[in-house]
Design a protein around this ligand. Structure first.
Ligand SMILES: [Cu+2]
Length: 152
């Protein structure tokens, strides 16, 4: 490639890059991605288990997690942890019944905080296995993820 052709080539690459960058502007509406869904191991006899994950929204509008279901759980609830009047750690269904996922932000579901509660467990939570969990979002609809059972 001679020098003139070389600079022409660079210019074309820059223009293509600019066009592609333009396409990557924020998508309209919410854009939900679920990262590292996991749950702690426990035997089937333990009645409840919790699922944790990061729910990221790269879209231009907020969304809300409104519920979930799994064949591994008789019932799924959205929970938050809180400090009881006695100073102990308790948990309860989230107030308002939803978990907000802000536009361009995230909801972090973690040990000691927000989590998805698997009640009336139907299976062993064996380390290394993956459980299907369907999450229901107000605007984005249903998103199914594989929850990995592992140590924290
Ligand atoms: Cu809970």
């Amino acid at each position: 490639m001679n020098k003139e052709k070389g600079s022409y080539f660079v210019l074309v690459v820059i223009i293509i890059g600019m066009v592609l960058a333009g396409c990557q502007s924020r998508p309209q509406g919410p854009q939900i991605n679920i990262e590292t869904p996991w749950g702690r191991p426990s035997p089937k006899i333990a009645d409840a288990g919790a699922f944790y994950m990061i729910i990221r929204n790269t879209g231009s509008e907020p969304d809300k997690l409104i519920g979930g279901k799994s064949s591994a759980c008789g019932m799924v609830e959205l929970h938050e942890s809180y400090l009881t009047a006695e100073g102990a750690m308790g948990m309860r269904p989230v107030q308002g019944g939803v978990i907000e996922v802000p536009a361009g932000g995230q909801a972090e579901l973690k040990v000691g905080g927000l989590h998805i509660m698997c009640l009336k467990k139907l299976v062993d939570f064996t380390p290394g296995t993956k459980l299907q969990l369907a999450l229901e979002f107000e605007k984005s609809g249903e998103k199914t993820v594989d929850v990995e059972i592992r140590q924290p």
